[in-house]
Ligand binder design. Structure first.
Ligand code: CP
Length: 302
């Protein structure tokens, strides 16, 4: 594949680079599931620089780092000298002085990875920057859809929920668009950015129509920590008009359902659908591990 030094977002990736990552993810998933050995990247170092909470992204990176034999350092902002007033730029300058090969970064500020690019010489992977991008989530979502459908060209995919506050939505839209899927969003108007049509996305406000007329739904969490809960009248109301449940799924029993997690149970989706075969939430987490193994191999490996 064309050399990939940093992964800051899907926006900057070519179709060929996305396809190469998904193809390598397929190889890594097979190795993972058959307990075959993963390429050892011994001697390379990685810093996990997480300023926001995370379960799936952080654990899957750490697991991939362990499986790849990387030398791992974890940064905890709460017990760092940031708490003594050291600035973020000076913190990054000190991190640069420690000469990590790789920095995996999650931060609430959109564009934070650009600070890392400006002030360090490490290779950077964006593990989520505010409401901007979450490229590894989009890659695992594309892998999950491609594994299920074979090809995303002309597949109808609807992103449901809090588009405005979601970095996953933007990365998924960039990726789906590059892979030539047919993209729509379905949400209350307060959750839909006004310029969404400029991204080649159509809008629907009727979840029953979205279920009937799509091949896949990507559900998004109502992001209470980003004040999304204040812009809708109540979570119960959201569930009533946009929640996915077994009754609604009778409209299209084969539709594939994804959610990046964590989900608000009985808000975006009801508990009674968690065991459905066409719900990929936990498969997505395994696929996320394979994506990280693929990225380490392609960005650091031989
Ligand atoms: N999907 C995702 O990014 O989950 P975490 O916040 O738990 O990492």
């Amino acid at each position: 594949m064309k050399y990939l030094k940093h992964l800051t977002g899907i926006y900057n990736l070519s179709v060929g680079q996305i396809t190469d990552i998904l193809d390598e993810t397929s190889v890594q998933k097979k190795l993972l599931l058959s307990n075959e050995s993963i390429e050892n990247l011994k001697g390379k170092s990685v810093l996990n620089l997480f300023f926001e909470n995370s379960t799936r992204t952080r654990l899957s990176f750490e697991r991939a780092e362990n499986l790849s034999g990387l030398n791992i350092t974890n940064f905890n902002p709460e017990n760092s000298s940031l708490a003594k007033g050291e600035s973020i730029i000076d913190t990054i300058r000190n991190i640069d002085a420690l000469k990590f090969d790789f920095i995996i970064s999650r931060h609430p500020t959109p564009g934070f990875t650009n600070l890392l690019l400006n002030f360090t010489k490490s290779q950077i992977i964006n593990a989520g920057d505010g409401t901007n991008e979450h490229p590894t989530q989009a890659l695992l979502d594309m892998f999950t859809l491609r594994e299920h459908f074979g090809n995303l060209k002309n597949k109808k995919v609807c992103i449901v929920g809090d588009i405005s506050h979601s970095r996953v939505a933007l990365s998924d839209i960039f990726a789906l668009s590059k892979l030539k899927a047919n993209i729509s969003v379905c949400a209350p108007n307060v959750f839909i950015p006004r310029n969404i049509s400029s991204l080649g996305v159509s809008v629907c406000n009727d979840i029953n129509f979205a279920i009937k007329n799509n091949d896949a739904l990507i559900l998004l969490r109502v992001q209470l920590e980003r004040e999304a809960g204040n812009s809708i009248s109540s979570l119960n109301e959201y569930r009533k008009f946009f929640g996915i449940n077994s009754e609604r799924l009778k409209l299209n029993e084969n539709i594939a359902i994804l959610h990046p997690g964590p989900f608000n149970k009985n808000v975006e989706l009801d508990e009674d659908i968690l065991d459905l075969d066409n719900l990929f939430i936990f498969e997505q987490v395994t696929n996320g591990l394979a994506v990280k193994l693929a990225l380490f191999k392609l960005m650091l490996g031989s």
